[in-house]
Design a protein around this ligand. Structure first.
Ligand SMILES: [Zn+2]
Length: 446
């Protein structure tokens, strides 16, 4: 009895592996070397997970199994060597960047229109339709609280979403793929995605013609959403996102944020003398950003908006001590909305990072959705630990009151000083005013 049961499992696994291999890579269990581009898919959840796929020069896609996170290699051309089992490439640190990414894309290319296709699909064993086609169009493209409206507001009307067949948005579905939802196979190279794409083509939509494809499907995989990490300014490569069961505007905005190249807005709580001493990173810990806490559709932080080219000319790098003014968001955008203080920790993994300061006021989505609990963001200056190269790398909100155990009161209130002894930086909020902006005193002792 037991033996028979095991045999069934083995046989079934063989069928699954065969299906996975079909149309993908026909690898043997051998040591091999492959060149291609690493794609990163962020699997939302607690803890967050990452899936990596090598889009290889041989035309196949290989799921990468690695011991370490490969975020730093995302969307880069690399040479990988490892053990190939089916379409899975098992690597153990043998990763070499074979050429630097092309010249940095102009941030201005995140201005204009993003072509988005929404594909609604379900399964042979679960043909539920959680939203209608019109509801999906309203949430992504046309509604007053749609993702499209959010991107228009967050970009100061520089960026919006559109369809190809219809300017008010392309939605296709519901499509029933010829699989059950029993075995999760959702990501880029997965058979569910391929099957949904094929059915969309039958209906006259070519997924590869879009900048982003959002797949909406019933509950599966024990997941809420997944998003492929794009490259800032890249409007030529298709990026995909998967949203399960609950298809709300907040999730759409967050996953499209990943498609645009933004990573997560995390929190950083330090008990020592400054970065990098005694700090705890909290994934999604930033309550003032759609790429962090998703409870409310509030704006991306100004560092992310600077990365996307929506605040070009509104940022200043601080290299001398003095008092500085930070202006709050407005339309038209005016004054400096971002102050960046380089950490300058030479020969350290923290060189190339800055403290980035912003000040928010009750404006647009921030006015509507930031609850009274989050008033602190209007009453102080927010400090984030950010990467200098504007590639959309994860931000880390500095908790200037680490003893309270919450990031809701993280901003630096008037009269308070944040000091990083390690970097010789101290920041004091002198005053805040929604019209005139915030005044901050920055002292560099180095
Ligand atoms: Zn995410």
């Amino acid at each position: 009895m037991h033996y028979t049961f095991q045999m069934k499992i083995i046989c079934f696994c063989f069928v699954i592996v065969s299906i996975l291999g079909a149309g993908l890579a026909n690898g043997q269990n051998t040591h091999t070397s492959k060149k291609g581009t690493i794609e990163q898919i962020i699997v939302e959840g607690n803890p967050v997970r990452y899936e990596y796929v090598l889009a290889a020069e041989d035309g196949n896609r290989y799921r990468i199994s690695a011991l370490q996170p490969l975020t730093n290699y995302a969307n880069r051309k690399v040479s990988l060597s490892g053990i190939l089992v089916g379409n899975r490439l098992d690597v153990s640190g043998n990763i070499k960047v074979i050429e630097e990414a092309d010249a940095p894309l102009s941030p201005a290319s995140t201005i204009g229109k993003r072509k988005v296709l929404v594909v609604l699909f379900n399964f042979t064993n679960n043909q539920i339709q959680p939203v209608s086609v019109e509801q999906a169009r309203e949430r992504v493209f046309t509604g007053a609280t749609s993702a499209n409206n959010y991107f228009k507001e967050a970009s100061y009307h520089r960026y919006e979403l559109t369809g190809i067949q219809r300017p008010d948005g392309d939605v296709v579905g519901w499509l029933t793929i010829p699989y059950t939802n029993q075995y999760c196979n959702v990501s880029y190279s997965g058979i569910w995605t391929q099957a949904a794409d094929a059915l969309a083509r039958d209906k006259g939509y070519e997924p590869n013609d879009y900048n982003s494809v959002i797949y909406v499907l019933p509950a599966a995989c024990g997941a809420t959403a997944r998003g492929q990490l794009g490259t800032i300014g890249d409007n030529t490569t298709i990026r995909r996102a998967w949203v399960f069961s609950y298809f709300g505007e907040k999730t759409i905005i967050h996953e499209l944020g990943h498609n645009l190249g933004l990573n997560h807005a995390n929190g950083l709580r330090c008990s020592g003398t400054g970065i990098p001493n005694d700090c705890e990173n909290v994934e999604y810990g930033d309550p003032f950003d759609m790429m962090g806490n998703q409870a409310l559709p509030i704006f991306f932080n100004n560092y992310f908006r600077l990365c996307l080219g929506w605040l070009t000319g509104r940022a200043q790098t601080v290299t001398v001590s003095g008092d500085y003014t930070l202006v709050a968001p407005s339309l038209p955008a005016k004054g400096n909305q971002v102050l960046r203080i380089p950490l300058k920790l030479a020969n350290s993994e923290y060189s190339g990072f800055s403290y980035t300061l912003e000040f928010r006021r009750r404006y647009s989505y921030d006015n509507i959705y930031l609850s009274p609990l989050n008033n602190s963001v209007f009453e102080g200056v927010t400090i984030r630990y950010t990467k200098d190269d504007l590639t959309g790398y994860a931000t880390s909100l500095i908790d200037t009151t680490p003893n309270t155990g919450s990031f809701v009161d993280a901003p630096l209130r008037v009269g308070n000083t944040f000091t990083d002894v390690q970097s010789g930086i101290s920041i004091t909020t002198l005053s805040v005013n929604p019209i005139r902006g915030a005044r901050v005193r920055i002292q560099l002792n180095r």
